[in-house]
Design a protein around this ligand. Structure first.
Ligand code: PMP
Length: 381
């Protein structure tokens, strides 16, 4: 074909494992009430917007230079934030930051996964874990959950012993179910993941706790567990609790050696000076932003109880979203998804048959959603 001719994906030398696959994509539709991507519904407060403008203006003057490659000031501030809020003191050498926790997770798989290696997660869970595995050439193993979406510890132990993965993902609170994982379960899986790879030339698996929704949980953070466990990593994000999904800032806390490892694969200057300045401004307003988190937790609990009083089944939630159903099978939940959309409310169909997921919005948005559920369950009866 001549240059510029339209070429289909099939004609390109695409990697075999990417053929016929679709990109990650929650629909971005223009709908009055958007409760489908677990965003924080509150725009950043004016004082913070002004502070971002100030810090970014300062950074702009220096944009002729590359940014701080090691993001030292930002990692120091993130370490303080975790130490102040997550029940365990960490230093900046234990913290790493990247463009969203997706990039953090990708870097972990680049460093600890890869061809010939496998990662194991417990489905249904955050679909990007498997997609990032695929993108990094890491094999993916889908581990089991109980009916109620908690992790079945015995089955999980057996899956780890059988597959001997190099990386284990534990999402707590879990997306899309909202389920928190207990400390005992994390410890049991960590022990299993170390024991499964304890041969002479082996190292235990890396266990990644994805706590993207940690701030919304009824339970304390699992951060203290990293103490004395060099292969345990906690991943966090500013996309949810800080209401800054557009910023793209995620981070991890772990032993300093894990931070050394991701530095082997990170792109040089991956975090722009503008990103670093914006994140630093947001961290100055932590107290205000965590105030919104408290409101969202109240709204989340209200969604759980009101959905139940409308006759829905609801999975216990520790996140800023709620899984509700049960609408029979996959076709049933999709029909409800479509009917809610017709009422101007966008929720998420994650492909968990019979279930849908709604993010906690403002009280007004949640009222609109509950009103639509009331109407739709009548229509579809
Ligand atoms: N982990 C989980 C469980 C998530 O739900 C998300 C976002 N939906 C992420 C990680 C990634 O978020 P971000 O890249 O915005 O930090």
């Amino acid at each position: 074909t001549s240059a510029g001719a339209v070429v289909g994906l099939d004609e390109l030398p695409l990697r075999d494992e990417l053929r016929g696959k679709s990109p990650y994509g929650a629909p971005q539709l223009d709908v009055p009430v958007r409760l489908n991507t677990n965003e924080n519904p509150y725009p950043l407060p004016d004082a913070l917007v002004a502070r971002i403008a100030e810090r970014v203006a300062e950074a702009a003057r220096g944009l002729n230079r590359y940014p701080d490659r090691d993001a030292v000031e930002l990692r120091t501030r993130l370490a303080h934030y975790l130490s102040d809020t997550a029940g365990h003191r960490v230093g900046r050498e234990q913290v790493w930051a990247a463009n969203g926790s997706n990039e953090v997770l990708q870097q972990l798989l680049q460093a600890f996964g890869g061809p010939g290696r496998t990662a194991l997660g417990f489905d249904p869970s955050y679909s990007m874990h498997a997609l990032l595995a695929r993108g990094t050439g890491t094999g993916w193993i889908s581990g089991p959950r109980n009916e109620d979406f908690t992790i079945d510890v015995e089955a999980a132990r057996a899956a780890i012993a059988e597959h001997r993965p190099e990386v284990v993902f534990i999402c707590s609170p879990n997306n899309p179910t909202g389920t928190a994982v207990s400390e005992e379960t994390v410890l049991a899986l960590y022990e299993a993941a170390q024991a499964a790879r304890s041969g002479p030339d082996e190292h235990g698996a890396l266990v990644v706790v994805d706590e993207a929704y940690g701030e919304f949980s009824h339970r304390p953070s699992l951060l203290p567990l990293i103490e004395g466990r060099p292969a345990l990593v906690l991943s966090r994000t500013m996309s949810k609790a800080f209401g800054a999904a557009g910023l793209r800032l995620g981070y991890l806390a772990a032993a300093p050696a894990v931070v050394d490892a991701v530095q082997l694969v990170r792109l040089p200057y991956h975090l722009s000076a503008v990103t670093q300045a914006t994140a630093l401004a947001a961290l100055e307003h932590t107290d205000t932003l965590l105030g919104y988190v408290e409101q969202l937790k109240t709204e989340r609990d209200r969604l759980v109880s009101e959905l139940r009083s409308l006759g829905c089944r609801v999975t216990e939630s520790d996140a800023n979203f709620v899984q509700f159903g049960h609408f029979g099978d996959a076709a049933g939940s999709h029909a409800v998804w479509e009917a809610l959309l017709a009422h101007g409310v966008l929720v998420r169909d994650n492909g968990v048959p019979g279930w849908l997921r709604v993010s906690a919005g403002t009280p007004e948005e949640n009222d609109a959603f509950l009103g639509a559920v009331r109407a739709v369950t009548k229509e579809l009866k």
